[in-house]
Design a protein. Structure first.
Length: 181
């Protein structure tokens, strides 16, 4: 029973040390905080703002987990196990002292991720350029429609009839027949 509790304690410590090493490697890459205000200014739709808020909370959660896991684990309180067989306790102390967890080299993985993201970034830049071009075209169309609406709002019947003599002739005929309603 005591042996199994010591084994479990050692596994917990080993897993904590492994998580710490991985977290230290991740934190050592210096996660840069994105400019959330700039993103907020760019995103205009409600759905986009919800997605941005979700992304922001996930980023904060991951960052806090990495920070918490990168801290050194608690020391084993060997005094708790004083009732255990001294030979077993010494063996565990010796094993714990000799435990070396290898450092995780993150540069290779970062390079791999960078090569996977490069095409995505290129595609995003192309889509951004297309989007800006299309946005300018749409803005020009909107200006044209606004100008046309302004013309229609200020145009009188006399202006319309002067511009279309056929319509004037037809209106005069309808009035003469008495079927103008």
């Amino acid at each position: 029973m005591l042996r199994s509790s010591l084994s479990r304690q050692m596994q917990v410590i080993r897993h904590a040390n492994q998580r710490r090493c991985f977290a230290e490697a991740a934190v050592s890459t210096q996660l840069k905080e994105p400019d959330w205000d700039a993103f907020q200014a760019i995103v205009t739709s409600d759905e986009g703002k919800r997605e941005l808020a979700t992304l922001r909370s996930q980023f904060a959660e991951i960052k806090s987990k990495l920070t918490s896991h990168s801290q050194a684990p608690q020391e084993v309180k060997w005094g708790q196990f004083k009732d255990v067989e001294p030979v077993v306790l010494d063996a565990f102390k010796k094993a714990m002292a000799g435990l070396k967890i290898p450092k995780f080299d993150v540069t290779e993985h970062v390079k791999k991720v960078d090569t996977e993201f490069d095409p995505l970034l290129k595609s995003a830049a192309e889509l951004e350029a297309f989007s800006q071009k299309r946005s300018k075209e749409i803005q020009e169309e909107i200006k044209g429609i606004d100008a046309e609406m302004e013309k229609l709002n200020t145009r009188t019947i006399d202006d319309e009839l002067t511009a279309d003599p056929e319509l004037l002739k037809q209106v005069d005929e309808d009035i003469a027949k008495g079927s103008y309603y």
